[in-house]
Structure formats: structure tokens, C-alpha cells
Design a protein around this ligand. Structure first.
Ligand SMILES: NC(=O)c1ccc[n+]([C@@H]2O[C@H](COP(=O)([O-])OP(=O)(O)OC[C@H]3O[C@@H](n4cnc5c(N)ncnc54)[C@H](OP(=O)(O)O)[C@@H]3O)[C@@H](O)[C@H]2O)c1
Length: 319
């Protein structure tokens, strides 16, 4: 245990359901790590749309689940390890830079988590980028797996400039796939930077994709959730090869694949690919563009900005 171990934690939580303005910063006692646990000084907490969806009440408004502690991923340094405990990536000592995913309550200055979810941080990523690598990265890997994407295929990615989209672009390009990605025009360069071919979403999208890929598209990935994304995908690709992470109602109605971190098969797959994605980032082949950072007590501002739907990169909270 470090001599600098704090006695209290600053944590962001939602005591009730609602918009970002329900978030409060509270002081709590630190939780000392037992066997199989690691205490981490959080240097950056990754910010994801799932964070605001969790306390918005859209998914569930169960009063027994309150307060909600947002934050599924963090990067920081080890403050203490439980007895006989190693990180998921092996070894581990006080002061080591690490990534933890999937955790709960990541919007905090200190977090104690299961060691099986803690990995050495690759030097190639700074703390804000590392804190945002794995939720989007494992989701993109899960989507590729769900439709059995094959090397050399042509893919359509809706929302290619978003966090999941940018990770998908990079993972697909590594495997020699061609990716046509939808984005707002101001983000076309971002799509190109990660190896995609940008097309604008909006009226006429189907024809623009047909023009870009006259031989057809093999699989479609919806990282947006709009009817347009689902309709255009279904017009171009058999439904078995369309996957969404956001159009849950349409997935039931139209029989397209859906993946989510709360689904057991997805969760198990995502856990298995964490180390591979970290290795990819360590070798410089998986980059996480960070648009903005905020102090921990401005979590509400970060989530308000993210909820607008066009962040242009990831956001991180810095305790
Ligand atoms: N099921 C899961 O496991 C899972 C996991 C992660 C995320 N998600 C969900 O997937 C979605 C994307 O997450 P993210 O982290 O990638 O979000 P993000 O970084 O905020 O990206 C949002 C993307 O949506 C695009 N967009 C916004 N409005 C659009 C429209 N009308 N038509 C087409 N594209 C539009 C934006 O493009 P421009 O900025 O270029 O306009 C941007 O690329 C969210 O709904 C999130 O909750 C689900």
C-alpha cells in the first residue's frame, strides 16, 4: 500500500433518474482491496453514451437501483493490491499505470475493482485515450464477430466518425476490409484518417453507397440507431449480415443482429478480446482520438456535450 493512499474518494453519482444535471459529487470512504482486488488512483475516466443512458431512466427507472454510479472504464495507477493478487495482464505493483474495464462507478478519484478486469496500460496511449479504449473497442470487435466479417469484405459503417465507428474502421482495415463510413461532412477527414471512405448520411444515402460500392456491400454496422441507418442497411445487405448496437426496437421488428454489453454472450466475447485490443493499441495500430477532457466535477457538462450526438472524438473526466 502506498503512503499516499487517500482516506476518502470523490465520486460522481446520480441520486435520482434524470438528465445530466442530477449528477452530484460526493465524498465516500476508500474501499481497501481484498484478495483478488486492486485499488486504483483514477487519472482519467472514459465517458460513453451508456453512462447517461444509465441514469436517464430510459432503460429502467427502478428506484432500488439508485444511486447510479456512472463510468464503465478508467485508466490510472495502482495504489494497492489485495493479498496474493495479480493483474489480468500479470504481475502488478504500486504505481503501475493500468486500464480497468468493465467496471462500475468509474467517475471517481479512487476505485477498487476486481483484478481480473485490470491490465497494464500501453505506453502508446495517454491516460484519457487509454480510459476510452475498451468499451468502444470491444463493442466494435463484437459487431465484427456477430456478422462473421471476413478479411477482404466491403463493409458499410453508420456513424463511422463516432467512438465505436472509429475503432471499427481501424480493426476492419487491419484485416484488409474495405469500409464505407457515414459521417457529417466536417468529419470526413477523421473517417479517411482511419482508413474509411466517407459518405454523408441523410436523404439519398442508399444511392451514394451504391455509387461508392457498385459491386455491393457484404455487411452493415449500425452505430447510430436511426431508421435511416437500418433501412439503408436492409436495402443493401441480407438481414443476417446487419448488426446494430443502438436500434434495439428495429432489431426485434426486422430480425437483425443486436449486441450489447449486458448480453451474456457479448459480455463473454468482449472480456476475451480486451488483451488483444490493448496489444493492438500498444503497437500503434489502434488509436483513440480524444476530443475534450473535463475535471471530474464537470461530468454533467461532458455528458450534455456527448448527448448532442456529435462529439468528434472521445471525452474523459480527469479527477
Ligand atoms: N450496444 C452496445 O454494446 C453499445 C456499446 C457502445 C455504444 N453503444 C451505442 O452506440 C451509439 C454510438 O456510440 P458512440 O460511443 O460511438 O457515440 P459517439 O462517439 O457519440 O458517436 C455518435 C455518432 O453518431 C453519428 N450521428 C449522429 N447523428 C446522426 C444521424 N442523424 N445520422 C447518422 N449518424 C449520426 C455521429 O456522426 P457525426 O458527428 O459525424 O455527425 C457520430 O459518429 C450510442 O447510441 C451508444 O449508446 C452501444
Amino acid at each position: 500500500m502506498s503512503n499516499e493512499t487517500p482516506t476518502s474518494v470523490r465520486r460522481v453519482l446520480a441520486p435520482e433518474y434524470g438528465g445530466p444535471d442530477v449528477l452530484r459529487v460526493v465524498e465516500e470512504d476508500v474501499v481497501h482491496p481484498g484478495p483478488g482486488q486492486v485499488m486504483i488512483a483514477v487519472r482519467a475516466a472514459g465517458v460513453n453514451p451508456a453512462d447517461y443512458k444509465g441514469f436517464s431512466g430510459q432503460r429502467s427507472a427502478d428506484p432500488d437501483a439508485l444511486p447510479i454510479r456512472p463510468g464503465y472504464e478508467i485508466a490510472g495507477t495502482v495504489l494497492a493490491l489485495g493479498a496474493d493478487t495479480e493483474l489480468a495482464s500479470g504481475g502488478g505493483a504500486v504505481g503501475d499505470p493500468v486500464i480497468a474495464f468493465r467496471v462500475s462507478g468509474g467517475y471517481a478519484s479512487v476505485l477498487t475493482v476486481p483484478a481480473k478486469d485490470v491490465f497494464a496500460k500501453p505506453d502508446a496511449l495517454d491516460f484519457p485515450a487509454a480510459a476510452n479504449l475498451l468499451l468502444a473497442g470491444t463493442t466494435a470487435a463484437d459487431m465484427l464477430h456477430a456478422v462473421d466479417a471476413q478479411d477482404g469484405e466491403t463493409l458499410l459503417v453508420h456513424g463511422a466518425s463516432g467512438a465505436v465507428g472509429v475503432s471499427l474502421l481501424q480493426q476492419a482495415r487491419r484485416r484488409g476490409m474495405r469500409v464505407i463510413g457515414t459521417a457529417a461532412e466536417r468529419n470526413f477527414d477523421m473517417v479517411r484518417r482511419f482508413g474509411g471512405e466517407p459518405v454523408a448520411y441523410g436523404a439519398g444515402l442508399e444511392q451514394r453507397v451504391r455509387d461508392a460500392a457498385p459491386d455491393g456491400v457484404d455487411a452493415a454496422f449500425d452505430c447510430v440507431g436511426t431508421d435511416e441507418a437500418v433501412d439503408v442497411s436492409l436495402a443493401l445487405v441480407p438481414k443476417e449480415r446487419v448488426v446494430t448496437i443502438a436500434a434495439f426496437q428495429r432489431s426485434q421488428q426486422d430480425g437483425i443482429r443486436v449486441v450489447g454489453g449486458g448480453m451474456p454472450e457479448s459480455a463473454a466475447f468482449r472480456d476475451r478480446v480486451r488483451a488483444d485490443l490493448i496489444a493492438l493499441a500498444a503497437s500503434g495500430h489502434l488509436v483513440v482520438p480524444v476530443a475534450r477532457t473535463y475535471p471530474l466535477d464537470r461530468g454533467a457538462d461532458a455528458l450534455t456535450f456527448l448527448a448532442d450526438g456529435h462529439p468528434g472524438g472521445k471525452l474523459a473526466l480527469l479527477p
